[in-house]
Design a protein around this ligand. Structure first.
Ligand SMILES: C[S@@+](CC[C@H](N)C(=O)[O-])C[C@H]1O[C@@H](n2cnc3c(N)ncnc32)[C@H](O)[C@@H]1O
Ligand SMILES: [Zn+2]
Length: 178
């Protein structure tokens, strides 16, 4: 058993100001029940602390599941240069938070913990989202359905979105003229 981060319970409850429901973005999502002010730590992203080698092994298992028609969801979160957090555990309700290219939350990583923090005021009923920060090299494997006007079409770190847009416009150019 790898180290766990966050509380001790096997199945943690959502904080009272949040609810779990089907999402128009993907699968389940987490929604605000009440107003959440900018800057509030909304929920901690907890799970098993694993090494990079173990994270790679689990990602290969995820890809094999996906190839077999199963669940290809990514729940591993980068913690630091040595460790990641695998949030695919029942005691991590934050694992249901989806990505958006125009997110209302952001992740705050420090001292071995990951917090999801409101980056602006959030109204009751809004789905919580943050930028997953995926690498450009991975983007093509993760189409984005966040629905934001500024959606890059793929789940990728905001700092890398220009590269995805350039690649997509080059691909469109080739397709229409090639
Ligand atoms: C941490 S889970 C998010 C919760 C997920 N909706 C669920 O029901 O468990 C991450 C996975 O959700 C999906 N996902 C999250 N945000 C998405 C988005 N904006 N567009 C498409 N799929 C998304 C992807 O399959 C991703 O690997
Ligand atoms: Zn998007």
């Amino acid at each position: 058993m790898k180290a766990r981060t966050g509380g001790k319970k096997r199945r943690a409850r959502l904080p009272a100001n949040l609810r779990l429901a089907r999402s128009g973005v993907h699968g389940y999502g987490i929604f605000a029940r009440d107003f959440i002010p900018k800057g509030e730590r909304v929920i901690e992203y907890v799970g098993e602390r694993i090494t990079k080698a173990e994270a790679l092994r689990r990602d290969e298992a995820r890809l094999a599941r996906l190839a077999a028609g199963g669940d290809g969801c990514v729940y591993v979160f980068i913690l630091n240069q040595r460790h990641d957090i695998d949030g695919r555990v029942p005691w991590n309700p934050a694992r249901r938070i989806n990505h958006s290219c125009a997110p209302n939350c952001e992740s705050e990583v420090g001292r071995g913990r990951i917090w999801i923090v409101a980056r602006r005021d959030i109204a009751p009923g809004e789905e919580l989202t943050y930028d997953y920060g995926f690498a450009y090299a991975e983007a093509r494997n993760h189409p984005c359905r966040c629905g934001a006007a500024e959606c890059a079409g793929y789940i990728v770190s905001s700092s890398q979105r220009w590269r995805v847009r350039r690649w997509r416009s080059d691909a469109g150019h080739t397709a229409s003229h090639g």
